[in-house]
Design a protein around this ligand. Structure first.
Ligand code: SF4
Ligand code: SF4
Length: 227
């Protein structure tokens, strides 16, 4: 530390000067923006989510998706390795006999309880056939009114793969934000009193056919591993 730094006072004054500079500058720019001036200059450096959003890096691990075969069927073979590896025990699978003679099983039901999930990625690592990924560039759901809103069904997890293929890496995030706005409008819109209660709100079309959800049973890991 130099002599002036050890005195503290000059550094404190420097800090106050920087803070005041930004406050006055932002105030002036916000005022100018109100009158349509200096629109090309940003008043703040904060990302104005949800109107603006940061782009996630390529290695970002966000929400899950179930990958698809060429015929659009689910790639998962219901081997339960992801559910066994999951430390939060939040993956629920019901296996059924696959209609494809080359595949033994497929998931009749595949659900992830994202309220329990810790987004560790162990399910992705455990999967032997690349059937589950976390490359949707969608951050975990932060908005919902009951537990069902946070349980991601097989249909939703497959839908994310279709959106990613059709609309690219921003597709799922665009859709999620549109859904948030739709829900927000439906719940709080005084012009639609029939939707005033949270539980009576509309669900997005791709989730309309989801099966009735029940409490996810805890997985007995000793039974799964045969110990
Ligand atoms: S990310 Fe981790 S906690 Fe979440 S479902 Fe996968 S293994 Fe379980
Ligand atoms: S997602 Fe992968 S690990 Fe999990 S049950 Fe399906 S095939 Fe097995």
């Amino acid at each position: 530390m130099t002599f002036w730094e050890r005195l503290y006072l000059p550094e404190i004054l420097k800090g106050i000067a920087i803070t005041n500079y930004h406050m006055v500058r932002n105030l002036a720019l916000h005022t100018a923006h109100l009158f349509g001036l200096a629109k090309d200059k940003r008043a703040t450096t904060t990302t104005q989510y949800p109107e603006e959003r940061k782009h996630y890096p390529d290695n970002y691990r966000g929400s899950h998706r179930l990958t698809l075969r060429e015929d659009n069927s689910v790639r998962c073979t219901s081997c339960f390795l992801c559910a066994t590896a999951c430390p939060a025990q939040c993956i629920y699978i019901e296996a059924g006999e696959s209609p494809d003679p080359n595949v033994e099983k497929y998931p009749v039901r595949y659900e992830i309880d994202t309220l329990r999930c810790i987004y560790c990625g162990l399910c992705v690592e455990a999967c032997p056939c690349d059937a589950i990924r976390m490359d949707t560039y969608v951050h975990p759901r932060i908005w919902g009114f009951d537990r069902k809103d946070f349980v991601e069904t097989k249909e939703l997890l497959m839908h994310r793969s279709r959106v990613l293929a059709e609309k690219g890496r921003e597709g799922n995030m665009d859709e999620m934000q549109a859904w948030y706005k739709e829900q927000d409008a439906a719940v709080y819109n005084p012009m639609r009193p029939e939707l005033k209660t949270y539980t009576e709100r509309e669900r997005p079309s791709h989730l309309l056919k989801e099966p009735e959800l029940t409490e996810l049973p805890a997985i007995d890991r000793r039974a799964v591993s045969g110990k």
